[in-house]
Design a protein around this ligand. Structure first.
Ligand code: ATP
Ligand code: MG
Length: 312
């Protein structure tokens, strides 16, 4: 198939890749309705075709990001949450492989430092929000505050909160605060898309075994990952509750099937392209005076290779 028509076809298919996984209103969301091994409209034999489609997606993303940067009005925040080995790192690497590194920044959120623990829970994220014209990627995020912290209450005890404020409503309060913060960012021109890479317990086991057996992957495995696996059901309950409370039309969650990496990447790329498309981006147009100036510089450059003297 000629390249152009494949690119066009790929673009047309964007809604079919993202619509089934986009959650705008979480109230009725149930995690068990999303199958981690789903490959949407594609069969597993179409893996090669999916790679070609992804390649076009990556090129398209790069084109849109250039306009985002040039226009310098919108920012885009992409949040990735997942269990270990679900493929966060690989997805970020592949989907954003064509993007100019100057226009994007990846930030990983690990266990908070002593300084971070002495602040409100959104503090460290606020400082990493992308500026206008940029794509910011959060590899984990403030959502850990309603996931790992909820699963391990001892982590909450380390947060120096006044005890009268730590009540059974704390998770609901955090959801409210996150929603308010995301609405605030959106109203300021920072668009938000959130991705939960939904891997099955069985596929996680397969990937852990691969990390243990392959010496080149040993570094990726930690005992902590195995311990968290023991709490699988608690994590799934926390993820479900989080999505139910924080999926909104302006900051939707995408619950992305993650047992097939090639499909995960396709869905994420399509969702990012769709988010940039919504911004209706274009290169800034210059006014008549600027065009005149450019023409005169061009004439001078052609004449003697020198730029004109600065007038100021
Ligand atoms: P990798 O793919 O390299 O394993 P990772 O994101 O799992 O990446 P790790 O250093 O293995 O990084 O783990 C970071 C840990 O920090 C995770 O277990 C995560 O739950 C934890 N963490 C992140 N934010 C918080 C938080 N606010 N409070 C407590 N723990 C947190
Ligand atoms: Mg880890």
């Amino acid at each position: 198939m000629p390249k152009n028509s494949l690119a066009k076809r790929a673009r047309k298919r964007i809604p079919s890749f993202i619509a089934p996984y986009r959650i705008d209103r979480g109230k009725k969301f149930r995690l068990k309705d999303v199958d981690p091994s789903d490959t949407g409209p594609l069969e597993s034999e179409q893996k090669q075709e999916s790679r070609d489609v992804l390649q076009h997606g990556v090129a398209e993303l790069s084109r849109l990001q250039e306009m985002l940067y040039a226009q310098d009005r919108w920012g885009l925040l992409l949040i990735f949450q997942a269990m270990d080995a679900a493929g966060k790192d690989g997805t970020i690497k592949h989907v954003l492989s064509g993007v100019n590194p100057q226009g994007c920044e990846v930030r990983s959120f690990k266990q908070p430092s002593t300084e971070e623990l002495d602040h409100d829970f959104l503090w460290r994220a606020c400082r990493a929000i992308p500026e206008r014209g940029r794509i910011g990627i959060f590899n984990r995020s403030y959502y850990e505050e309603v996931l790992v912290v909820r699963t391990h209450p001892e982590l909450l005890a380390r947060q120096h909160m006044p005890s009268s404020l730590v009540t059974r409503d704390i998770w609901k309060e955090r959801f409210d605060d996150i929603n308010a913060y995301e609405r605030y960012l959106t109203r300021n021109g920072i668009a938000i898309r959130k991705f939960f890479l939904h891997v099955s317990k069985k596929e996680q086991k397969r990937r852990f075994l691969e990390r243990i057996d392959d010496p080149n992957k040993n570094w990726k495995f930690s005992m902590a990952d195995a311990r968290e696996r023991d709490r699988w059901n608690d994590y799934m309950a926390a993820y479900e509750d989080m999505i139910r409370h924080t999926a909104t039309p302006h900051a939707p969650w995408f619950v992305v099937p993650a047992d097939n990496k090639w499909f995960t990447r396709l869905v994420v790329a399509a969702a990012v392209i769709d988010a940039l498309d919504e911004m209706d981006l274009s290169f800034p147009k210059v006014d008549a005076a600027k065009r005149r100036e450019l023409r005169s510089v061009r004439a001078l450059l052609e004449k003697n290779g020198k730029a004109p003297k600065r007038t100021r």
